[in-house]
Design a protein around this ligand. Structure first.
Ligand SMILES: *Cc1c(COP(=O)(O)O)cnc(C)c1O
Length: 385
């Protein structure tokens, strides 16, 4: 067979694929597995959204190729929601683009800006798509460690100015997957200042802005003055509305960056099925109600998980946002050893922290996208202590 290209050969195995393989072995052995691994909501998309899509599927005009950048009505709904939610003004024609899930846009952006050898900064631990996308484009990945002592915010002062000078693109994502950390205005302000000084593109991943607890509301990077001069923000309907399988997201912000991403996409894909965009318009226009219902479930689970882990004696910060608990691995284990033992001996799937990058060593990530919380923590505890 023909040899694979270097960019594929040199890729580390996709984290979740490796875990899935071991999980299948354990299931085949007859174990009752509780999966707290992936961040994929376990219950259904709100019925009203599904009904909208069914209606929209029947319209012949939706059966043709969609617009590359998204229906103008969808982009207008995005702009309305951004105004309502973040008080950020967007021009739907030039500052909004639809994406086939935000992962698609995150993965394609480096093709617009990265030449061979150019630097891109990515958080470590972080969403694995950021570094992979940079490598696919031939760029150099520079990892910015997220450390507990900085509240898992990127320590911008610790990065050498020579590195910033070589940088074309910076990815960041708050509320953060996997650490569940959140960012404030001052952090984003510093990012904007650096991007202006050193002339790089900022790509803020805000997929979890609506997965938040106790009345806390995460902000948008674009709320900072001048942010729109330097970057874009990725968003997704996946987490907000339990719509991971539908593949609908968007990017907003700087019009040159949006146009550049659009140019890449025009040569690769042909947009989102319009029926799904119609459902997306409905979801965004009714976001407060639809997401509010979903968040009642996750708020309860977040509370349950925090209490159970605390009682069991684990070390962690209670998340203000995201589906995730970022927990210290108990004494005497590496991340991989602990999570492997949990799966093999107790049928519990959690994610080893180092699967998100070397700086994630010493942690494991628990997702609350499964209702069997107390039971799961009992099993985790029995291995840990
Ligand atoms: C889930 C997730 C996304 C959203 O992915 P979609 O492709 O929109 O489903 C983006 N970024 C992070 C960090 C995520 O965890």
């Amino acid at each position: 067979m023909v040899e694979l290209a270097e960019r594929i050969k040199n890729l580390p195995p996709y984290l979740f694929a490796e875990i899935d393989e071991l999980k299948q072995k354990v299931i085949d052995a007859g174990v009752d597995v509780i999966d707290l691994g992936v961040g994929d909501p376990d219950f259904e998309t709100p019925k009203e959204i599904v009904d909208k899509a069914i209606e929209a599927i029947k319209k012949p005009q939706n059966h043709r190729y969609p617009s590359y950048v998204g229906m103008i009505e969808f982009r207008e709904a995005v702009a309305r929601w951004y105004k309502r939610r973040f008080n950020v003004e967007l021009d739907p024609k030039t500052e909004v683009i639809s994406l086939i899930g935000s992962k698609e846009g995150i993965a394609h952006l480096p093709l617009a800006y990265i030449n061979s050898g150019d630097y891109a900064l990515v958080p470590d631990p972080g969403y694995p798509v950021y570094p992979t996308a940079v490598m696919f484009a031939g760029g150099e990945v520079y990892k910015m460690p997220l450390k507990k002592e900085n509240g898992f915010l990127i320590d911008l002062d610790s990065i050498d100015r020579d590195i910033f000078a070589k940088t074309k693109l910076m990815y960041l994502g708050y509320p953060n997957n996997p650490t569940a950390a959140v960012a404030d205005y001052n952090f984003y302000k510093k990012v904007v200042e650096l991007a202006k000084e050193f002339n790089f593109v900022v790509a803020s991943d805000n997929a979890y802005s609506e997965i938040c607890y106790d009345g806390y509301k995460p902000i948008s990077f674009l709320e900072v003055e001048g942010a729109k001069d330097v970057g874009i923000e990725f968003h997704s309907l996946s987490k907000t509305f339990n719509m991971t399988g539908w593949r609908i997201g968007f990017a907003v912000g700087n019009k040159d960056v949006i146009a550049a991403l659009g140019k890449v996409k025009t040569n690769i894909d042909s947009g989102i099925f319009q029926a799904i965009q119609e459902a997306g318009i409905y979801a965004l226009d009714n976001a407060e109600k639809l997401n509010g219902e979903i968040m009642k479930v996750f708020q309860k689970r977040r509370d349950q998980m925090a209490e159970a882990l605390k009682k069991a004696g684990f070390a962690f910060e209670t998340p203000k946002a995201t589906f995730y608990f970022w927990v210290d691995v108990p004494e005497g284990f590496s991340s991989k050893e602990f999570t492997k033992k949990l799966l093999e001996e107790k049928g519990i799937v959690v994610t080893p922290g180092n699967g998100f990058g070397d700086a994630g060593e010493g942690y494991f990530r628990i997702s609350i996208t499964n209702p069997r919380i107390e039971e799961a923590v009992e099993r985790i505890k029995s291995v840990a202590f």
